[in-house]
Write a new protein. Structure first.
Length: 365
């Protein structure tokens, strides 16, 4: 049984697309026969992240990561995030001359520049440094791949996304029955980088509903008293709110994908968004959504679209295909690109792994 070690700073109870993607992928990998171990923040002493207190930052994780690595003895190592855990794992792998893969989920330079006077180029310089030694940098779509290639990122590999259509589908519901139609829905973090004010400031018929939480919630509640802010919803309850809505509005210009778009489509909601990375990679048919630099125009066009077309379109995005692509992108930690060649300067652990792998020794380390 092949073993995969995944290191991630994003994990339950965080609510975001990175966590959903990892959980779904890991479930399928295990069903394929892989043994998967996760290194995540709850295994360490942590402090709250500034401006994102629900995100916990591990303190001095390197030594524990090394212990877990040696105990688990993985065949593959994937670093999912660029936080403290990801950085410690990256530095450990580089020092040990282990191959590892990474994934690029979040446009952190845009997020940081929205809050602080830090140039985008500097943020991308740091991310390019982080991913420099990755054997495969996994990205969710072709537009993001092109963007990062233009910024001199190397070893880029596509890793698509999915949606659980047994969970998200059109259904009769008893929620939001008193709201004026059409219901315009947003699901996601309530924060500056999500560009929510572009949506909430529009003069639209019907109702606007925001599901989610975040640092800008109080400010936006005060500024837009006619908007329904419902907080986080999960599982079946979240699926019901999708199904009870009419249009899904995705105002973000900084996401790398947008899993909520797939959830909305699977629930039968046409999508209105800007023509940016993520939406333009998902909404490849004007039968299911519309992209325009004028968000109100996108919404008005979406009114004309059919729920059945959205549902059918979403069926092409499966977590099974997503997980198979992830597995295909993995690179064995102890082989160079020339198959069977031991990396120069490897540790004794690595050398023993190689010798055992070719049958020259039988002991375990």
């Amino acid at each position: 049984m092949k073993k995969i070690l995944i290191i991630t700073d994003a994990w339950d109870p965080q609510v975001n697309g990175v966590v959903v993607t990892l959980i779904k992928t890991i479930d399928y990998l295990r069903s394929y026969g892989y043994e998967v171990k996760i290194i995540e923040p709850s295994q360490f002493k942590t402090i709250p992240c500034p401006t994102y207190p629900e995100i916990r930052l591990p303190i001095l994780p390197k030594s524990k990561i090394k212990k877990i690595f040696s105990s688990f003895d993985p065949d593959y190592m994937h670093i999912a995030t660029e936080g403290p855990l990801g950085l410690a794992a990256r530095n450990f792998a580089k020092k040990s001359n282990f191959n590892f893969t990474t994934s690029y989920h979040t446009k952190f330079p845009e997020y940081i520049s929205a809050r602080f006077p830090i140039p985008l180029d500097f943020g991308y310089y740091l991310l390019r440094w982080f991913h420099k030694y990755s054997s495969a940098v996994m990205v969710s779509n072709k537009t993001l791949e092109k963007e990062l290639h233009a910024r001199k990122f190397k070893n880029l590999k596509l890793w698509n996304r999915g949606v659980d259509t047994s969970y998200f589908y059109p259904r009769p519901t008893n929620v939001m029955t008193d709201l004026k139609k059409p219901i315009h829905l947003y699901v996601g973090r309530v924060s500056i980088e999500k560009n929510l004010e572009d949506f909430l400031s529009l003069g639209l018929i019907g109702s606007k509903v925001v599901i989610g939480d975040g640092p800008d919630l109080k400010k936006l509640k005060n500024k837009f008293p006619n908007v329904y802010f419902l907080g986080y919803k999960f599982g079946e309850e979240l699926a019901e709110y999708y199904a009870a809505s009419d249009i899904f509005v995705f105002p973000s210009k900084s996401d790398t994908f947008g899993l909520v778009i797939l959830e909305a489509l699977a629930s039968g909601l046409p999508v209105a968004a800007y023509p940016v990375t993520g939406p333009k990679d998902i909404l490849t048919s004007e039968k299911v959504g519309f992209l325009s630099g004028d968000l109100k125009q996108s919404i008005e066009y979406a009114y004309k679209l059919k729920k059945d077309d959205a549902v059918e379109f979403a069926k092409d995005f499966t977590w099974e295909n997503c997980s198979k692509k992830f597995a295909k992108n993995l690179v064995p930690i102890y082989f160079n690109k020339i198959e069977g060649e031991i990396p120069y300067g490897s540790s004794d652990i690595l050398s023993k792994r190689f010798l055992r792998g070719v049958g020259l020794i039988n002991d375990k380390f």
